[in-house]
Design a protein around this ligand. Structure first.
Ligand code: ZN
Length: 317
């Protein structure tokens, strides 16, 4: 069976950890990088040097030089697995540990379901040809929009704090607000983190549901040529959908489950083709949400039509 390296991450119990870290700072100069408190993502890499390094137990693991550290999220790292190396990182005031382990590739059943076409978009996150309901765009939900607003507000507060610090420094050499700036920075980072976790989780959920259908192949559009990417006004909306991460993760899952991932080339008119009779509409605009075929009279949701076409990509020219 194939050996495969995989990355497993989970969050470490950070309360008990702050102390441990400070001790390390004092003893070893190599860790001073961690002292840059305001950077949002700091990392330290630890190879396995000793036999007991990176020992994994249910609720704790042994990190070289730091010793045993309790885990806040348990069960993500398979017990008894061989760790080759690991990385400790800090993000938005929390500590994370990520390890590279050697594991046996799980065997999979040869997928026999129908091929699937997936159309990614702004209105909905994804329309899957074999599923009736599209996957929603999570950025349009109230909770995510509210979080975004809160983030903006806190970012403004942070920049105001910087401004007032400059004023103060001209008058006295006051250090008093540095702490407040740091506190506010963490606050902003935490909101960022929460948003990105929600978005990434959504991506994971969609992939899980699609893979569960065990299709023989999945076809998606080449992301670089998606019409929306070229549209400046939509660039931000596209970015916050994490399409890139979707494609990367989908590719990995497909590989591990024996599903062929097809990427439709840039000349494939997935939106303009009629999924019923195969004629092409040349005058379809990005704003046309419904596809109407002049030849056969088909009326269908634009994205659903595209997803059906993608599922047939490469079958008939
Ligand atoms: Zn037609």
């Amino acid at each position: 069976m194939d050996q495969r390296s995989q990355q497993q991450s989970c969050q470490a119990e950070h309360h008990e950890w702050g102390e441990g870290f400070q001790e390390v700072f004092r003893k070893q100069s190599g860790f001073t990088r961690f002292k840059k408190k305001n950077r949002s993502d700091v990392k330290a890499y630890f190879p396995k040097n000793n036999r007991t390094d990176w020992t994994i137990e249910r609720h704790r693991l042994k990190i070289p030089t730091l010793g045993f550290v309790r885990l806040k999220e348990k069960g993500y790292i398979p017990m008894g697995s061989m760790v080759k190396s690991g990385t400790v990182s800090m993000k938005a005031g929390r500590y994370y540990v990520s390890v590279l382990i050697e594991a046996e590739e799980k065997p999979y059943d040869v997928p026999e379901g129908n091929g699937i076409g997936i159309d990614l978009g702004i209105k909905d996150f994804a329309v899957v040809s074999t599923m009736e309901n599209p996957f929603a765009n999570i950025n349009k939900t109230k909770s995510v929009r509210d979080l975004g607003k809160r983030l903006k507000r806190e970012q403004r507060r942070l920049s105001r704090k910087y401004e007032s610090l400059n004023v103060r420094n001209k008058e006295t050499k006051g250090e008093a607000t540095r702490q407040n700036i740091h506190k506010q920075t963490i606050k902003v980072q935490k909101l960022h983190q929460r948003l990105s976790c929600i978005r990434e989780n959504h991506v994971n959920q969609v992939i899980r549901k699609v893979i569960r259908q065990k299709p023989r192949f999945i076809t998606i559009e080449d992301l670089n040529v998606m019409g929306m990417m070229k549209n400046r006004h939509l660039a931000k909306a596209v970015q916050s959908q994490n399409f890139h991460s979707f494609r990367l993760k989908l590719a990995g899952k497909c590989r591990r489950n024996g599903i062929e991932l097809r990427i439709a080339d840039r000349w494939y008119p997935s939106s303009r083709l009629c999924s019923e009779c195969g004629s092409i509409r040349k005058d379809l605009k990005l704003s046309d949400r419904t596809y109407r075929c002049d030849a056969c009279g088909l009326v269908i949701d634009r994205d659903r039509n595209a997803s059906i076409n993608l599922s047939r990509y490469g079958l008939a020219a």
